[in-house]
Design a protein around this ligand. Structure first.
Ligand code: FCB
Length: 460
């Protein structure tokens, strides 16, 4: 495949988030975030790591913009640190936080790079935990305050807005399993958290739509759920799990309300869903100008008894056949990515898609020649972009592809070990080195084609 794959205005780019890349946690009046606190818990993060330095992007953001420009990328997805802007969660807005993001946005625009701004990429102010964080309904109103503050400064210049990043992952890891901040383990809190994040999207979208030309969406972590065998039970497990992971968020955003089958599963597990009040679904739906798609891998599902530690009657099993895996052990499954995009176009017609994350962990570092030959990431990228292009040929309206991540960064509970970047970061010095995969994406963005992986052209 060497011809043009996508329309000329397609957005090729890369993504990061504030807590994962910025560091500088104690400057410019920033308040404490839930991730600052969670990282202090003994054993919460691998190697006792925290976000205090990360990629030092709060100071080195000009270098990051220069890298994007050097790579010829047309879009950059980043998030604003919520506690830099509303340090106490509600009330006082910190202008120095807004100044920072305004400088970043202006630099991106001056370099011809479209900003894709995420409002909540997990780092909510710790002050909001007094009421229960996302388990509390009032947090949706606090999110609307954040949105008002950021939009007031930037909605005249930023057109792509992502309100929430991956509500399912926040609900699951943050409130159900306690593996991410805020470290809560309570199934009722988990379902409440997911709902309040969606409600917050609705409130935020209404604020943003007061400005001309804004496009608002949620970035969902979507995992195609495929049955482990042709049995009816496994098919039901796959459909159930699809309800839990995907449709529980897709349907209220894009199809008018929560799916009945999954509502019944939740009610069996936690009792009546009184967190969902009359009018909530109407306040969530009908407000998305696009859907952000975060895709990493698929889930292979088998039927299982619900019981202790397993709220629903299904479980994830390893695929039957040998599969290729990233260094994090996640299956490399580009075909499922294409299927997902095709399915979204079919089941949720009329909503443009923006790939807001896709990537993998490949641990390669600089070699004797000073370069990073991360051939497996390049092959991963090529395979996923090819699958996306096929889905587009089949009718999926995909507007852009943003690779996760621009930089190696703080990978939450796994600390700094997993490397997702197109650009290598030496954490001791902050030094950035473009990897071969970064050069490859640059070539794709420049030519609009998918050159074969061997023979990656020297950069520049
Ligand atoms: C996603 C998150 C992102 C990053 C990638 C690897 O779930 O949105 O911040 O951690 O996974």
């Amino acid at each position: 495949m060497t011809g043009r794959l996508v329309p000329p205005d397609f957005l090729w780019g890369a993504a990061t988030s504030a807590f994962q890349s910025e560091g500088g946690l104690d400057v410019d009046g920033r308040g404490t975030s839930v991730w600052d606190v969670f990282a202090q818990r003994p054993g919460a993060i691998e190697d006792g790591a925290d976000g205090s330095r990360a990629c030092d992007s709060y100071r080195r953001w000009r270098e990051d913009v220069a890298l994007l420009a050097e790579l010829g990328l047309g879009a950059y997805r980043f998030s604003v640190g919520w506690s830099r802007i509303v340090p106490e969660g509600t009330g006082r807005v910190e202008p120095r936080g807004l100044d920072h993001y305004e400088r970043l946005v202006d630099a991106l625009l001056a370099a011809g790079i479209e900003p894709v701004l995420t409002l909540n990429h997990w780092d909510m102010p710790q002050a909001l935990m007094a009421a229960g964080g996302w388990a509390a309904r009032d947090t949706a109103a606090a999110f609307a305050e954040l949105t008002t503050a950021v939009a007031g400064r930037l909605a005249d210049r930023v057109s792509w807005w992502v309100t929430q990043n991956e509500p399912w992952i926040v609900s699951l890891l943050g409130y159900q399993l306690g593996l991410h901040a805020p470290g809560v383990t309570d199934l009722r809190a988990a379902v409440a958290a997911g709902h309040h994040m969606l409600l917050a999207h609705g409130l935020g979208a209404d604020v943003l739509h007061q400005y001309r030309g804004t496009r608002v969406g949620v970035a969902l972590s979507l995992f195609p759920c495929e049955p482990a065998s042709p049995s009816e039970d496994d098919a039901a497990a796959a459909w159930g799990s699809d309800g839990y992971v995907n449709r529980w968020y897709l349907d209220p955003l894009l199809a008018g309300g929560y799916p009945d089958d999954m509502r019944a599963h939740w009610e069996r597990a936690v009792g009546p869903l009184d967190v969902v009040r009359d009018g909530d679904e109407a306040a969530i739906g009908g407000r998305s100008d696009f859907l952000g798609v975060n895709y990493y891998t698929r889930r292979v599902m088998a039927a299982a008894e619900a019981g202790d530690g397993r709220p629903f009657p299904w479980r994830v099993v390893p695929p039957r056949e040998e599969v290729e895996r990233t260094d994090a052990g996640w299956e490399v499954a580009p075909r499922s990515f294409g299927d997902l995009l095709t399915r979204l176009a079919r089941d949720y017609p009329g909503t443009p898609l923006l790939v807001t994350e896709n990537g993998g962990v490949f641990g390669d570092g600089p070699t004797h020649d000073g370069r990073v030959h991360d051939t497996r990431r390049t092959a991963f990228l090529r395979g996923h972009v090819a699958a996306m292009a096929e889905a587009m040929d089949a009718g999926a309206d995909v507007r852009g592809y943003l690779h996760w991540s621009l930089l190696d960064n703080f990978e939450w509970a796994m600390g700094y070990r997993p490397r997702f970047g197109l650009v290598h970061v030496d954490y001791a010095t902050g030094r950035r080195t473009v990897k071969d995969s970064g050069r490859y994406l640059a070539q794709v963005a420049r030519t609009g084609g998918l050159p074969p992986v061997p023979g990656i052209a020297p950069f520049g």
